[in-house]
Design a protein around this ligand. Structure first.
Ligand code: RBF
Ligand code: MG
Length: 180
């Protein structure tokens, strides 16, 4: 399936909208450092499990969890500070536009399935351990392999452009309250 046209208001069709809740976990630590595109990794549990692998768009909202700060080790052994979103300001805790990738990241040949969101918002701090509620409104494209990192980055930026356009249209805006 190819990417939806970037100038046509989307029609939200079943199974969307799909609303999930989960918490932010530590990923590979690669999004910002290697691609310049930070992503928040999400615990994959049912019903997120049931989505086909691919790239999606929607809204999300992150909120703090009442937990003491702690250190968690990434798969590669590096420590990550879990602050459970305690530094999130009120303006960070609103419904925000996002793009989401679900699957094995063929460019990196992951051996475990991962779900991660890039949120179109400037967060002043990390929010590992925070609660996330998100509503998926549509599918953009399958996960692809690339010959260069630049090509992957260019495609992710097209996903972001599409989502920024779609999520401002009335057909999407009417679902924004699902994450409130
Ligand atoms: N990884 C891939 O290997 N292929 C993709 O087509 C792909 N598309 C993505 C689209 C979006 C919107 C996002 C946020 C991520 C995507 N990724 C893809 C995952 C990317 O490789 C991952 O975020 C970084 O490796 C950090 O874990
Ligand atoms: Mg990440």
């Amino acid at each position: 399936m190819s990417r939806p046209p970037a100038d046509v208001e989307p029609v939200i069709k079943p199974p969307f909208p799909i609303t999930f809740e989960s918490e932010i976990i530590a990923g590979f630590g690669r999004g910002l450092s290697e691609l310049g595109i930070p992503t928040a990794n999400i615990n994959i549990m049912s019903p997120l499990d049931s989505l086909d692998n691919g790239i999606y768009y929607g809204y999300c909202r992150v909120t703090p969890v009442d937990c003491n700060e702690c250190e968690v080790k990434r798969a590669n052994g590096k420590a990550v500070d879990f602050n459970f979103g305690r530094q999130l300001e009120k303006c960070d805790q609103v419904a925000l536009p996002m793009v989401m990738s679900v699957g094995y990241n063929p460019f990196y040949k992951n051996t475990t399935k991962a779900a991660e969101v890039h949120i179109m918002h400037k967060f002043p701090n990390n929010f590992y351990g925070a609660h996330i509620r998100y509503t998926v409104l549509g599918y953009i494209r399958p996960e692809l392999d690339y010959t260069t990192r630049e090509a992957l980055i260019a495609d992710i930026n097209k996903d972001i452009d599409y989502a920024n356009f779609a999520l401002l249209t009335p057909s999407c805006q009417e679902y924004k309250s699902l994450v409130a």
